[in-house]
Design a protein around this ligand. Structure first.
Ligand SMILES: [Zn+2]
Length: 221
């Protein structure tokens, strides 16, 4: 479409036919030789596309996420750090503004979904038992001055493996300190290389002794 009588920074959207000044109202990625789409129409188009291609996009994103996990996490972390204060302030303001309606909404939801919430809580507890165990152990180690370095992630993984093993076998396993934290002659540390996964019954027999005679199922790599 040739625009006659319009100044060069005025364009007409080819979809809704609205004439606007070319500024932030225009999505320039959609500008091709005399073909323009305004921001609003672009939004509608995108939403439509997303709605019609949900599964395809999901698949695409899953692959993208797998291939770029580190970058994405790094980006998210940076973004979070950069906008921490802003976000905090925003949620405080938002809460203040909508306090009553938020409270009412939550209350209604809780009342309407009592059983569901209990179920969810139980499921969460079960799924996160390993994290809970790990954080308990971390706390004990901290109190016993047995923690050094930052191995939270690695140690959590060991507890996670232990829990997975329990789920798979229906047998109780413990994450055990190879050299006990409060041994008689020597005190071990709460670090990945001093952890092993053994059967709970073996662990109870072992007590505070240093021994490697038990079946070690998994040790830290
Ligand atoms: Zn338009």
């Amino acid at each position: 479409m040739v625009q006659i009588g319009l100044s060069s920074d005025m364009k007409t959207c080819n979809i809704c036919k609205v004439t606007l000044v070319v500024n932030e109202n225009w999505n320039l990625s959609f500008q091709r030789k005399n073909y323009y789409i305004c921001k609003e129409c672009r939004k509608k188009y995108s939403k439509n596309y997303r709605d019609n291609n949900k599964n395809k996009l999901k698949e695409k994103y899953t692959i993208y996420y797998k291939e770029n996990t580190d970058n994405i996490l790094e980006y998210q972390k940076n973004y979070y750090e950069k906008n921490k204060e802003l976000k905090k302030q925003y949620s405080i303001d938002y809460y203040k503004k909508y306090k009553n309606s938020i409270k009412n909404k939550n209350k209604t939801y809780r009342e309407m979904n009592k059983e569901r919430i209990i179920k969810q809580k139980n499921k969460w507890r079960l799924n996160n038992l390993c994290i809970k165990r790990s954080s308990n152990a971390r706390y004990r180690a901290y109190k016993g001055k047995a923690s050094i370095g930052n191995y939270k992630k690695e140690i959590n993984n060991i507890y996670k493996k232990c829990r997975e093993l329990e789920k798979m076998t229906n047998i109780k396993y413990h994450v055990d300190h190879i050299i006990p934290l409060n041994g008689k002659t020597v005190c071990g540390l709460h670090v990945p290389w001093n952890l092993q996964i053994i059967k709970a019954e073996d662990n109870l027999k072992k007590g505070n002794k240093i021994t490697k005679n038990y079946n070690i199922v998994v040790t830290s790599e």
